[in-house]
Design a protein around this ligand. Structure first.
Ligand code: GLP
Length: 245
């Protein structure tokens, strides 16, 4: 696992943008896996700017988002569809037919999960999977628990995760859906390259446990230890508890 330490959130976003640029420079038709949440917002602003300046071209790229809330449609302001339109898709030349997200309003959620796995495979798999991390170590909506799911699945959200997502629902955690659809751990680990961004002191414990803790379903992100091409990009606050041993 490669650890990249930066001082500020802004520098974390800049380092992640460089990785996206590298991947698109190597293959303009690359497949990117995208996260939501507060952490990637700066990254998306940077990518939009690079797109404007003509330094990045999404014209042949494909994207797959990690997850979506269950029971709400793409036009719901709290949906990750809305988030992606607002923060990235409205600002770059990515063809909408190649911007893939799970449908939270699918009539048959299990079938929707299968469709997503098939679509990822049909696109040739994910070249670069970008990730954020929950304070409890979740990635996508793979929450800590006695077991983890390999494939895209329907997930129950922890109260702390619903609180952390309240921002997208007018600050009201009760309005955050109780369930979501999420890529599974196997879906994520199949990506050829993974970059996890962590910023702020609320992520410090989880980050330290990824780096030196045991592999455990109680910290889903610890499974990244199994991947051969993972980079953790952290700001100073998120890296504060990593020990030097
Ligand atoms: C949500 C998303 C995750 C994200 C996490 C952290 O639960 N499903 O993909 O990594 O939030 O969000 P933030 O970046 O806002 O701390």
């Amino acid at each position: 696992m490669r650890l990249t330490l930066r001082t500020t959130e802004r520098e974390v976003a800049a380092a992640a943008a460089e990785r996206v640029a590298e991947v698109l420079a190597a293959d303009a038709a690359a497949v990117l896996g995208l996260p939501t949440g507060r952490t990637p917002m700066r990254l998306y602003r940077l990518l939009a700017r690079l797109g404007d300046e003509g330094a990045l071209d999404f014209g042949r790229a494909t994207t797959f988002n990690l997850d979506e809330f269950l029971g709400i449609g793409p036009d719901h302001p709290g949906s990750y569809h809305a988030y992606m339109r607002q923060h990235l898709f409205a600002h770059v030349n990515l063809p909408s037919a190649r911007a893939h997200l799970l449908r939270g309003d699918a009539a048959d959620p299990e079938r929707e999960c299968e469709r997503y796995e098939t679509d990822i495979e049909a696109a040739g798999g994910i070249d670069l999977q970008l990730l954020g991390i929950g304070a409890n170590g979740h990635i996508g909506f793979n929450e800590p628990g006695p077991c983890l799911c390999a494939r895209t699945h329907r997930a129950m959200l922890r109260p702390s995760t619903r609180r952390a997502n309240a921002l997208f629902f007018g600050g009201n955690a009760e309005a955050v859906p109780q369930e979501a659809l999420s890529m599974g751990m196997g879906t994520i680990l199949k990506a050829r390259r993974i970059v996890l961004m962590a910023t702020g002191k609320s992520k410090a414990r989880a980050v330290a446990r990824i780096v030196s803790g045991p592999l455990t379903t109680r910290l889903p992100a610890s499974f990244l230890q199994l991947h051969r091409h993972v980079e953790l990009i952290c700001d100073r606050a998120a890296a504060a508890l990593i020990s030097d041993e």
